[in-house]
Design a protein around this ligand. Structure first.
Ligand code: NAD
Length: 374
């Protein structure tokens, strides 16, 4: 088996680690940075704290990022970077903020609209401004991936763009920043981490390093997600979920994602579902489908490592976990028409599908979506 391993992000992990931000800015030689964030961090005073602690080096704040960041927000942020001549970027927020910052740190240098890259009409850049990513959710792992996931809400399309330019320069992972996450967002984001781990593991491009990260992350997420939901200030649960998210990110950035994420893009773009909840809708369903062709017993080994007797037991446990932490297991409330189901099937034809260990036909997909509306 031939494989390649790279993880270029300089990672700092631990409770209270946010306090090393000034030191990291100095390490980059940053003079006039932009802090990219969402309005909730203006409201809770964290932006004020960081700008007061770094009065000269944080020169600009862009707080216009919304969940499932839109390509228009990347254009706004890039324009602000050019106007204020910022020389580095800090992302403080969930995956939506980090992805907006990743795109803007790269696209600002070429003055080409984000839509052009999004539609694949220009090659992705190779240069970017240095980027410090500070995640405030535990789920996407975006702080260590070469992916930015953007949405064109006007056309109902969501897609990941992948290139080495999107690796942040530095990641500061401080689990204490996740203590304010409400239960539902903890559940959605943690489910995303669990899906990254499992999809990296069963991925057709898996290799020994991605397997090691995926095993570790799947174990942590399945053990600590429920506790993080119900005990938001549990230091151990929050730390272990931040670790699960980070290591799952390190796994799937090597392999890509598979069927579960391919389905999550149309579910997110067409039905505006939170990303992690959209992933959770299909993970147990695809576990059951992929288990049918587990010839070399890889999935069974993962199930055992996660503390279950077989893959069916893992799928059952995840279905039950979704109910307990308040995530949807079906779409019956939306009364989807046959036409909408066909549209979901059509829009699921994403390249990640090719990484699934079992070839997923349109009929299988149709059955997966139909099982959610019965
Ligand atoms: P999010 O960034 O969309 O945030 C969800 C909500 O949580 C927002 O309202 C946000 O303001 C709020 N929030 C964030 N941190 C908070 C905190 N500490 N306390 C209180 N509220 C807080 O959610 P997410 O799941 O982190 O990111 C989802 C996005 O990331 C999707 O677009 C998804 O496709 C993308 N994604 C990217 C990658 C990648 O590698 N780039 C991987 C997976 C997913």
């Amino acid at each position: 088996m031939d494989w390649h391993y790279i993880q270029p992000v300089d990672i700092h992990f631990g409770n209270g680690m946010l306090s090393c931000l000034s030191e990291q800015i100095a390490k980059l030689g940053g003079k006039r940075g932009i802090l990219v964030t969402s309005s909730s961090f203006i409201e809770n005073g964290l932006v004020k704290r960081l700008t007061e602690e770094n009065p000269t080096t944080i020169a600009t704040v862009y707080s216009g990022v919304s969940p499932n960041t839109d390509i228009k927000e990347c254009d706004e942020c890039s324009a602000l970077i050019r106007k204020d001549k910022n020389d580095f970027v800090i992302a403080l927020g969930g995956g939506s903020v980090i992805d907006c910052a990743k795109a803007s740190a790269a696209f600002c240098l070429d003055n080409i609209p984000t839509s052009v890259y999004f539609e694949g009409k220009a090659q992705l850049p190779v240069r970017k401004l240095p980027l410090i990513a500070i995640p405030t959710t535990a789920g996407t792992g975006s702080e260590v991936t070469r992916v930015t996931v953007l949405t064109d809400h006007a056309h109902g399309v969501k897609t990941p763009l992948k290139a080495p330019v999107f690796y942040p320069t530095i990641a500061i992972v401080d689990p204490e920043l996740t203590y304010t996450l409400p239960k539902y967002i903890t559940a959605c984001t943690g489910m995303d981490a669990l899906c990254h781990a499992i999809e990296a593991y069963w991925n057709t491009s898996h290799h020994p390093i991605s397997d090691a990260f995926a095993f570790h992350a799947a174990n942590l997420a399945v053990r600590y997600l429920e506790q993080a939901c119900f005990e938001p200030k549990s230091a151990i649960a929050r730390e272990k979920m931040a670790e699960a998210s980070l290591t799952a990110g390190m796994a799937f950035t090597l392999t890509g994602t598979t069927s579960v994420h391919a389905c999550s893009y149309p579910l997110g773009a067409m039905l505006d579902m939170p990303h992690g909840e959209a992933c959770g809708l299909t993970i147990d369903r695809f576990l059951r489908i992929n288990a049918q062709s587990d010839k070399d017993g890889r999935l069974k080994r993962l199930a055992r490592a996660m503390g279950y007797s077989d893959v069916e037991a893992v799928a059952d446990a995840i279905t039950e976990l979704k109910f307990r932490i308040g995530l949807k297991n079906d779409l019956t409330h939306l009364n989807l028409t046959d036409g909408q189901i066909e549209q979901l099937v059509k829009n699921t034809q994403h390249p990640s599908m090719k990484n699934n260990p079992v070839p997923i036909t349109e009929d299988i997909l149709r059955n997966v979506y139909r099982s959610m509306v019965l």
